[in-house]
Ligand binder design. Structure first.
Ligand code: AMP
Length: 611
C-alpha cells in the first residue's frame, strides 16, 4: 500500500515543493491502484478484528476475503448496532466491534431517537484524518501558487463534550481533532499557519473564541491569503459577528488592549502576542465597517484574500449568494468530504464552481461500497426511515472501482474503528474518474428536509414536532389543515419557518401566546443537534410559524400542477425550497409567531444526565 506522506520537517529544512510532490504522488498512486488498495484495506480491517464479537456473531470466522465478507455480513444502519454501541458507552471494554480500544465516541450530527449518533473511534484514526488534511494544500497549490507566503484566517471552534456512563468522552469529530496533539502540536508547516492561535480555537466559550479569532484576523489582515470555516453557515456567522462588534474590535486595535469581556487568561496571553496599538488599522476598520454597504467586506478588510474555503455543497449551497455578496465573488472552495464515521475524500479541482464540485474518495481511508439508489418519480425516499435490505438488494452493492458514470449511490463504509457495511446516509453521483478512482458529487443526505447549520431534520421528526405542537390548538377547536416548512437563511443565523393553514371552527380566536407555545413545543420536539444549535452554538434562530390564508395550499397545488406535477400523485411537500413557491406562501401570510425562548438542551444524551 502506498505510504502516507510523513511530515517531520523543521522550518529551516522545509522543502515545500518536495512535500507537495510527495502528497500528489500519493494521490496518483492510490487512485491508480484503487482496487488493490481497497482489497488490502478490507483484509487489514478484517484480519485485525477477526476475533471481535460482532464479526464472530455473524459467522465471518476470521475470513478476510471480499466475497465471503459480502456474503456473510449484513448492510446495516445505526439502529442495528445501537445495542453494541450502548454496551461500549456503558463501559464494556471487551472487543465488541474493534480489537483496538475505543478511544472515544464521535457524536455525529446525524441523530437516532432525537440524540446524536455515537460513532466509536480508535486512536490511530486521528492519523488517517491528518493524512486527508495533509493532502488539501498540495492539491490547492497547483491552482493557487504562493499560499505558503501568508496565512489562513479560519474560524474554527470546539463544542461541548460529555462523558458516557462508562467514562468515554463523547464529542464532535472536529472538537476531537482540534484538541488532539495532531492539531495542537502540529509541526511547522506554512500551510497550517493560521491567524487564530490555538488558544483562541480551544476556548469552550463561543463568544470569546469568535471575538479573539476575529481580532487576530484583523490584526494580521495583510498577511491573510485565504479565509474560511468548516461550513458556509459558520463563516457567515463570523461576518455577522463582525457587523455587531467591529467597534469593540477596532477599539482594541487602537489601544493595543483586549476587551475586558475576554476573560480567558490563555486567550488573553495568546492575543497579546499579536495585538499591538495601531491607530491607522483601527481607522481603516472603522471606515470600512461604517459604510452602509457590506458588499465585498472580505476583500475590503482582507485585501490579499484569494478564496473562501468553506463547504457549500449539499444543504450549504443555500448560502452561496450571501458568500458571493460578502466576498465580491471570490472563488468558493470546497476542499473535502468527511464525517464522524470516516473522512472520505478530497476535491482535486478545488477552484471549480460550487455546482461542479466533486470529491475523490481516498481508498486508504476505509473500505467503500455503493448501494445503487433507485428514485421514485425523482424522489429519493419518502417519509420512511431506511429499512433493512433484502438479500437481492444486498447483492446490488458495488465496489469503488465498479461504480458507473452518472449513477447515484448511497455510500456504505467499513472502517478501521469497527463499522462494517455501515450506511452513511449520503447519496452521491459519479461524475468522473481520477485514474481508477471515481469522483462523486454530493447529492443529498437521505431524508433530510431542513438544515440551517449542522442540524439535519428529517420528515418524520418534523411531522412529530408538528403533531406535538398542534395539541395547543385543541381548546380553540382549531385544527391544522396543511403545513409545509422552509429553511430561511435570509436571517443570520437562519431559522426554520413553518407555514400552517388552519381550519378554525371555534368562536374564540387563538391568542398569539398559544401560537408561540406551538413554536416552542416544536423546538422542544426537535432533535438534540437542533436544540444545541439554538441554545449553545447560537447557530440557529428561533423557529417561526406563519399562518397562511385558507386556500393557500390549494393554490400551491395548482401551481405545482401548472409546472407539470400529476394531479393524482400530488402530495403536499413537507419542505419547500423553490423561490416562487416560497414567495407564493409568503404572499398569503396573515400572521407570524416565533419561539419566545430557547428550547431545553444539555450536553450529552438525555439518559446520561444523571451521571
Ligand atoms: P457528521 O457526522 O456530523 O460529521 O456529519 C457528516 C455529514 O455531513 C456527511 O455524512 C454529509 O452528509 C455532510 N457533509 C460532510 N462533508 C460534506 C461536503 N463536503 N459536502 C456536503 N455535505 C457534507
Amino acid at each position: 500500500m502506498p505510504e502516507a506522506p510523513k511530515n517531520t520537517l523543521k522550518p529551516s529544512d522545509y522543502n515545500l515543493a518536495e512535500k507537495n510532490k510527495r502528497s500528489l504522488q500519493f494521490i496518483e498512486d492510490v487512485t491508480s491502484n484503487s482496487d488493490e488498495v481497497q482489497k488490502r484495506v478490507l483484509e487489514e480491517i478484517l484480519s485485525r478484528n477477526a476475533h471481535v464479537e460482532y464479526l464472530q456473531r455473524h459467522g465471518l470466522n476470521g475470513q478476510t476475503n471480499r466475497e465471503t465478507f459480502k456474503k456473510v455480513m449484513p448492510v446495516i444502519t445505526y439502529d442495528d448496532i445501537q445495542t453494541d454501541i450502548n454496551r461500549i458507552a456503558n463501559g464494556d471494554a471487551s472487543p465488541i466491534l474493534c480489537s483496538n480500544p475505543i478511544s472515544e465516541f464521535l457524536t455525529s450530527s446525524g441523530t437516532s431517537g432525537g440524540e446524536r449518533k455515537l460513532m466509536p473511534t480508535i486512536e490511530e484514526e486521528l492519523g488517517r484524518r491528518s493524512l486527508l488534511y495533509s493532502l488539501l494544500m498540495p492539491v490547492m497549490s497547483q491552482f493557487v501558487p504562493g499560499l505558503e507566503k501568508g496565512k489562513g484566517m479560519y474560524f474554527l471552534f470546539i463544542k461541548s463534550e460529555a462523558k458516557t456512563p462508562g467514562g468515554l468522552v463523547a464529542r464532535p469529530v472536529l472538537t476531537s481533532y482540534y484538541k488532539s496533539t495532531h492539531f495542537k502540536d502540529r509541526p511547522y508547516d506554512p500551510y497550517t499557519n493560521y491567524t487564530s492561535p490555538n488558544e483562541t480555537i480551544l476556548c469552550p466559550d463561543s463568544y470569546q473564541s469568535m471575538y479573539s479569532q476575529m481580532l487576530c484576523g484583523l490584526c494580521q489582515h495583510e498577511e491573510v491569503l485565504r479565509v474560511g470555516a468548516v461550513f458556509a453557515s459558520g463563516f457567515i456567522r463570523a461576518i455577522r459577528f463582525l457587523e455587531k462588534y467591529w467597534k469593540f474590535l477596532a477599539n482594541d486595535i487602537r489601544t493595543g488592549m483586549i476587551d475586558p469581556q475576554i476573560t480567558d487568561p490563555s486567550i488573553r496571553d495568546a492575543v497579546m502576542k499579536i495585538l499591538k496599538p495601531d491607530a491607522k488599522l483601527a481607522d481603516f476598520i472603522e471606515a470600512e465597517c461604517s459604510k452602509e454597504s457590506w458588499q465585498g467586506i472580505i476583500t475590503r478588510l482582507w485585501p490579499n484574500t484569494k478564496y473562501v474555503d468553506v463547504i457549500v455543497t449539499g444543504t450549504m449551497s443555500q448560502y452561496i449568494p450571501t458568500l458571493d455578496y460578502y466576498s465580491n465573488g471570490l472563488p468558493l472552495v470546497c476542499t473535502m468530504y468527511a464525517s464522524s464515521e470516516c473522512y472520505f475524500g478530497v476535491n482535486l479541482n478545488p477552484i471549480c464552481k460550487p455546482s461542479e464540485v466533486s470529491y475523490t474518495l481516498i481508498p486508504t481511508m476505509a473500505y467503500f461500497e455503493f448501494l445503487p439508489v433507485h428514485r421514485n418519480n425523482g424522489v429519493i425516499n419518502s417519509v420512511s426511515r431506511p429499512k433493512s435490505l433484502n438479500e437481492k438488494e444486498q447483492q446490488e452493492l458495488v465496489d469503488l472501482v465498479d461504480v458507473k458514470l452518472d449513477q447515484e449511490y448511497e455510500l456504505v463504509v467499513t472502517t478501521y474503528a469497527g463499522l462494517y457495511r455501515y450506511r452513511v446516509g449520503d447519496v452521491l453521483r459519479v461524475v468522473g474518474f481520477k485514474n481508477k478512482a471515481p469522483q462523486f458529487s454530493f447529492i443529498c443526505r437521505k431524508n433530510v428536509v431542513l438544515s440551517i447549520d449542522s442540524d439535519k431534520t428529517d420528515e418524520v421528526e418534523l411531522q412529530s414536532a408538528v403533531k406535538n405542537a398542534v395539541n395547543h390548538l385543541i381548546p380553540f377547536d382549531a385544527t391544522l389543515a396543511e403545513y409545509t416548512s422552509y429553511a430561511d437563511t435570509t436571517t443570520v443565523p437562519g431559522h426554520y419557518v413553518l407555514f400552517w393553514e388552519l381550519s378554525l371552527n371555534g368562536t374564540t380566536p387563538v391568542p398569539p401566546s398559544v401560537y408561540e407555545d406551538c413554536c416552542l413545543t416544536m423546538e422542544e420536539s426537535l432533535n438534540s443537534v437542533y436544540r444545541q444549535g439554538r441554545v449553545s452554538d447560537k447557530s440557529i434562530g428561533a423557529l417561526e410559524i406563519k399562518i397562511v390564508e385558507p386556500g393557500t395550499f390549494d393554490k400551491l397545488m395548482d401551481y405545482a400542477i401548472s409546472l407539470g406535477a400529476s394531479i393524482n400523485q400530488y402530495k403536499t411537500p413537507r419542505c419547500v425550497k423553490f423561490a416562487p413557491i416560497v414567495e407564493l406562501l409568503n404572499s398569503r401570510v396573515v400572521s407570524s409567531y416565533t419561539s419566545p425562548k430557547c428550547p431545553k438542551w444539555v450536553p450529552g444524551h438525555k439518559q446520561w444526565s444523571k451521571n
